[in-house]
Design a protein around this ligand. Structure first.
Ligand code: 4NP
Length: 152
């Protein structure tokens, strides 16, 4: 499996999703490729947000080496599955992908837990509190459990 996690800035939610899934994939001994990207380019080359790094460390893995990058339309060809955090990400990825867009490959990540509910992973960037990052972690922890079970 080749999985891409996408959010707006690629510094809060999607690098955390990437880190959690990488950690679980490694524990499960799976040979999956996992990456993350943002629909915006403001944080290209930057490490994940301090809040995401902190909750990752607390949960027993490290994401400080990850670097922000922007989503590109060719990602649709390369990855088997693309998970977005919210509906805005979905619309933006759809627009950016153009003819490469394939609705069978993309979904809101929480639909893996709550099928068809279109639940959003809230952006912790504005609140910027430990609680906001912890809430994001809990959602992504659940979603990645389901992803592992589904595709392993
Ligand atoms: P993310 O959060 O999409 O979860 O990485 C954000 C990061 C940066 C910005 C917005 C959201 N920003 O406006 O720079």
């Amino acid at each position: 499996m080749k999985i891409l996690m996408v959010c707006l800035g690629n510094i809060c939610r999607s690098p955390l999703a990437e880190g959690i899934l990488r950690h679980k994939v490694k524990q499960a001994g799976l040979n999956w490729e996992i990456d993350s990207a943002g629909t915006g380019g403001w944080h290209v080359g930057e490490p994940p947000h301090a809040g995401s790094q902190k909750i990752a460390r607390l949960k027993g893995f490290d994401i400080c080496d990850l670097k922000g990058r922007k989503f590109k339309k060719e990602d649709f060809e390369y990855y088997d599955k693309i998970y977005v955090m919210d509906s805005e990400n979905y619309q933006e990825v759809k627009r950016m992908a153009g003819k490469y867009f394939d609705e069978n490959k993309i979904d809101l990540i929480m639909n893996e837990v709550y099928t068809g509910k279109n639940m959003q992973v809230p952006d912790p960037w504005y609140a910027n509190t430990d609680e906001a990052f912890s809430e994001v972690y809990d959602l992504l922890d659940k979603a990645t459990d389901h992803i592992i079970k589904k595709y392993a």
